[in-house]
Structure formats: structure tokens, C-alpha cells
Ligand binder design. Structure first.
Ligand code: GDD
Length: 311
């Protein structure tokens, strides 16, 4: 079996590639730059930024994928407020290019496609946990772009019969996640303080929100399980269903450090709108494919700290 991962060099791409290789897949992946990932010798990396339908068609002709995992995208909520056009170009127009190329391709008739959205598609809701029937009312440019991506996939499923499943992962974390996401931002500062390269003062944003965290290593298992056993045209939340207060993440990370750390709220890290609480229901994916997360939040945070200690 052959798999194509768009955005393979990203945080999730490297883990998904490893998982698919373990399952015996021949893995290819697109990247925007020539930078290489850890196990690049095991995967076929192709420079393609998904901006040309013709170039994507050539890519499909070469790679002949049975599975396509569309991970490429702009994933930073904070960044999307200041870069709306780029966020839409990357998350929606490039998705149209990819699906259009698949539609026109003669060799992708049976290819299964996973589009990746976000819990940010839901926006504020009073009914918790959030299930897949919840009305979409995204409240930031990133969430809006991901809900548009979802609608685009729906259109290609209904109108052209593309075999698409839409994943809606909630917050996912792990080693190798870049700065700009909460656990990486906190862990890096804690480790810099440990190493003595930062004074014992940590700067943080809004500590009062609650998020539903899942380790990236569990997330990629769900992605494969969905293409293996999920139903086309359906959307599945991927989450732990356990809310965690951002303040508690900070407390845990600080508790793992031997030094006393002072916390300073930095208002420049706040967003125009920040959803106070996200908890997802994972009942649909559990029932359909039998997936559930295995890695605890403490294990994830310990591994994230180790990653920054060794970096
Ligand atoms: N990034 C960051 N940095 N967030 C902070 C900080 C900080 O120093 N301090 C507090 N926060 C708060 C944010 O305001 C937010 O309420 C929460 O921590 C989580 O922020 P992020 O880690 O940036 O994640 P997100 O919830 O905005 O978005 C993530 O999850 C989505 C799924 O729900 C991203 O991974 C998205 O790509 C993903 O789709």
C-alpha cells in the first residue's frame, strides 16, 4: 500500500510517516522547502507547495497513493489573526487544488483521502462535550479556514464521489511541536530557566482557558484507523474528552523543575477572542473504529520537557 502525506515535514507529518512505515506502507510526502525530516531516508520527499493543480497531478501520477493524508496547512490560531490571507490560501485554496487534481486524476479513483480540520471549527458552544452534530460557528480566522476546508471536502464527496473522511482533532501535543503552541512555549521557558539561560520568570498568556489535549502519537493512529475503517463523507472528532486548565499545565511543568519560577502574565500573548473551554466527544470514533487515546497528559508533558532538555 502507498500513502501520500501532504506537509510531511510538519509536527504531525513526521509521526504519521513513522506509523505508516511501521504498518508496511510505502510513504511519500510533500514539503514546501528542501529541509529534511528525521527519517527522510525511509520516505520519498517531494517539493510541492500545492499551489499548482498540474504539479499535484504529476505528483499523483508518480506516487499513485492508496491513502492521502492532507496535513499541509497553517495551524497557528494566534498567527491567523494577523495573517488571514495566508491562512486561507494555505488551508482552503491549496485544499481545492489537491481535491481538484484528485478529481481529474485517472489513477486516484479508489484513493481514500483524510482531510484534517480542527475543533476550532466549532467555536463557542454551550453544549459540552462537543459532538460532530454541533453547529459550526468558528470565532477566529484559523477556525473559519478549517470549517471552509471541511465544506470543500463535503462538496467533493457529494458532487464527485471522492472518498473523503474529515478528521477534527482537538489540541495535540508532543515532542517536536514548534513554539507558538502552549505546551512548547511553556516547556521551552522552563527548560531555559533550568539551564540558567533565562531568569526564573516565565511569561504566559491566558491561563484560564481549558482545552482537550491528546498526544500526537495517539492522533496519528486515529488518522490511519479512520482511513482503514471510517465511513466516507463523515466527520470524526479526535480528542480525549478530558478538559485541562492551561494553568494546570503550567503548574505541572513548573513542578518538574528544581528552581523556583515566578509567573508573569504577558497580555501581548492574548488573542482578540479565546474560547474559554473546549471538550470534545470521542464517542463516534470510538464506536466506529475502536480508537481511544492511550498516552496520559503527564506522559506527554514529561516527553515534551525531555525534548527541550535535549535540544
Ligand atoms: N500558544 C500559547 N502560548 N498559548 C497560550 C500561552 C502561550 O504562551 N499562554 C496561554 N495560552 C493559551 C491560549 O490563549 C489558548 O487558550 C490555549 O493556551 C491553547 O493555545 P494553543 O496551544 O496556541 O492552541 P489553540 O487551542 O489555540 O489551537 C491548537 O489547537 C487546535 C485544536 O483545538 C492548535 O494546535 C490548532 O492547530 C488546533 O487545530
Amino acid at each position: 500500500m502507498k500513502a501520500l502525506i501532504t506537509g510531511i515535514n510538519g509536527f504531525v507529518g513526521r509521526y504519521l510517516a513513522e506509523h505508516l512505515i511501521t504498518l508496511g506502507f510505502e510513504v511519500s510526502g510533500t514539503t514546501r522547502s528542501s529541509s529534511t525530516m528525521i527519517n527522510s531516508h525511509k520516505v520519498n520527499i517531494i517539493n510541492n507547495d500545492l499551489s499548482s493543480i498540474k504539479a499535484i497531478t504529476e505528483l499523483l501520477n508518480i506516487t499513485k497513493p492508496d491513502h492521502i493524508y492532507h496535513l499541509a496547512g497553517q495551524s497557528n490560531v494566534r498567527y491567523s489573526w494577523d495573517n488571514i490571507e495566508e491562512t486561507f490560501q494555505t488551508n482552503t485554496i491549496k485544499t481545492i487544488n489537491l481535491l481538484e487534481a484528485i478529481k481529474l486524476s485517472t489513477i486516484c479513483k479508489n484513493t481514500k483521502i483524510l482531510t484534517v480540520g480542527s475543533s476550532e471549527e466549532y467555536g463557542p458552544t454551550t453544549t459540552l462535550p462537543v459532538d460532530e452534530e454541533t453547529i459550526l460557528q468558528p470565532s477566529n480566522p484559523y477556525g473559519l479556514s478549517k470549517s471552509s476546508l471541511f465544506m470543500i471536502g463535503k462538496l467533493y464527496y457529494h458532487s464527485f464521489g471522492l472518498q473523503i473522511i474529515h478528521a477534527r482533532p482537538f489540541n495535540h501535543i508532543g515532542p517536536f511541536q514548534s513554539l507558538g503552541f502552549v505546551t512548547a512555549d511553556f516547556a521551552k521557558q522552563v527548560v531555559d530557566i533550568e539551564k540558567g539561560i533565562q531568569s526564573p520568570l516565565i511569561k504566559v498568556g491566558n491561563l484560564n482557558s481549558q482545552r482537550d489535549f491528546t498526544d500526537v502519537r495517539d492522533i496519528v493512529i486515529a488518522y490511519y484507523d479512520l482511513l482503514a475503517d471510517g465511513e466516507f463523507g463523515q466527520v470524526y472528532n479526535i480528542c480525549s474528552s478530558k478538559p485541562v486548565l492551561i494553568r494546570d499545565i503550567l503548574k505541572y511543568l513548573i513542578s518538574q523543575c528544581t528552581r523556583n519560577i515566578e509567573v508573569q502574565i504577558d497580555e501581548t500573548k492574548f488573542r482578540p477572542v479565546d474560547i474559554p473551554i473546549y471538550i470534545g466527544s470521542n464517542e463516534k470514533i470510538r464506536k466506529k473504529v475502536g480508537w481511544s487515546p492511550k498516552i496520559s497528559i503527564e506522559e506527554s508533558l514529561d516527553d515534551i520537557l525531555d525534548y527541550w532538555r535535549k535540544k
